[in-house]
Design a protein around this ligand. Structure first.
Ligand code: FO1
Length: 317
């Protein structure tokens, strides 16, 4: 295994699983997980940051593994009371999860940055890796659909990803600054790897890549870029990535994900089930690695993380 910092770009569930694997490789605070904030929204007066929180709960060992979001052993008395009072109940906030949203919203309203409040929370939870939002400025993903534009959580949770997608806008992105530790790490001469985790390319990773200056900083970074396919045998492990690809007129394949990232990539990790696409990935000038990408156990997460860094090591030499 190489030395030096590792940057992992992450959305929610799939990204958090690989980030957990990476956090078991003795990187300590040399692991920098950059979380998408395009899913964030203001709800019931609270600032909710689902991807940041999914990564935080996962690395703290607190996540609900069956749902993929929120905390394990959660209580739902707040939601029951909210419903009784006629409040909006389409987005589920667990009793313990609510503590994080309340703390964060209070800190933000006092002028603290999202980075600072996230750092305070992750330290308190004993997380060694650094988890940062992609930006301290608000960026909000709007899903363009045949029914009109929808704010991301309205599309995802309220409307259960049913509307047909035609494109995406990231409101606020042109004026958003990429998070400072992220940019510093990208120019670190010791940087070992930039890992694009198996999160949704369109709504989890693209908002990070489209921040002003990020693509050029990644291109100029001294480390290889390795992505793990979120699509296995034509299906997304979780979430609407495959459905979105079909609606956008793309094949829902691992190869199409590699093509989507294109020149940015040096390496691409596909599942055994997609072995037949490895040559086509290589023909794009991207080194393919075929392995088990479906992360069922902690061992799967750690093994995949190790293989991703080994591939980066080969590509970096
Ligand atoms: N996802 C759902 O499908 N339904 C919910 O009610 C829901 C609540 C929720 C609360 C806090 C949180 O951090 C995440 C939550 N998510 C919920 C997940 C969220 O919508 C994520 O944006 C997606 O998982 C995409 O990453």
């Amino acid at each position: 295994m190489g030395q030096g910092p590792v940057i992992a770009l992450s959305g929610g569930v799939g990204g958090a699983k690989l980030a957990l694997g990476l956090s078991h490789l003795d990187l300590g605070d040399d692991l920098l997980v950059v979380a998408n904030v395009g899913d964030d929204f203001e709800h019931l007066g609270l600032t909710i940051c689902p991807d940041l929180d999914t990564v935080t709960y996962t690395l703290a060992g607190l996540s609900d593994q069956s749902k993929g979001w929120g905390r394990a052993d959660e209580g739902w008395r707040f939601m029951a009371a909210l419903e009784q009072l006629g409040g909006q109940s389409w987005f589920n906030l667990g009793d313990s999860d609510l503590a994080l949203h309340t703390l964060r919203t209070g800190a933000l309203s006092e002028g603290e940055s999202l980075t600072a409040v996230t750092q305070a929370i992750t330290r308190k939870l004993g997380i060694e890796a650094r988890i940062v939002p992609m930006s301290d400025d608000p960026v909000r993903t709007m899903v363009q659909t045949t029914d009109g534009p929808l704010a991301f959580q309205h599309y995802f949770v309220r409307d259960r990803c049913e509307p047909v997608v035609t494109g995406f806008d990231f409101d606020g992105i042109a004026g958003a600054q990429p998070q400072v530790d992220f940019m510093v790490a990208l120019s670190d001469p010791e940087l070992q790897a930039i890992v694009i985790t198996p999160s949704n390319p369109f709504v989890s990773i693209d908002p990070i890549l489209e921040l002003p200056g990020v693509r050029s900083a990644i291109d100029a970074a001294p480390a290889p870029v390795v992505a793990v396919s979120p699509i296995v045998a034509g299906l997304a492990i979780k979430g609407p990535a495959a459905k979105m690809m079909m609606e956008l007129g793309m094949p829902s394949t691992a190869l199409a994900v590699a093509e989507h990232y294109g020149d940015l990539l040096d390496g691409f990790v596909l599942d055994h089930g997609d072995q037949d696409q490895a040559d086509a990935v290589a023909a794009l000038g991207i080194r393919p690695l075929v392995t088990k990408t479906v992360m069922e156990s902690l061992d799967d997460r750690v093994n995949l993380a190790r293989e991703v860094l080994a591939l980066a090591g080969e590509l970096g030499t």
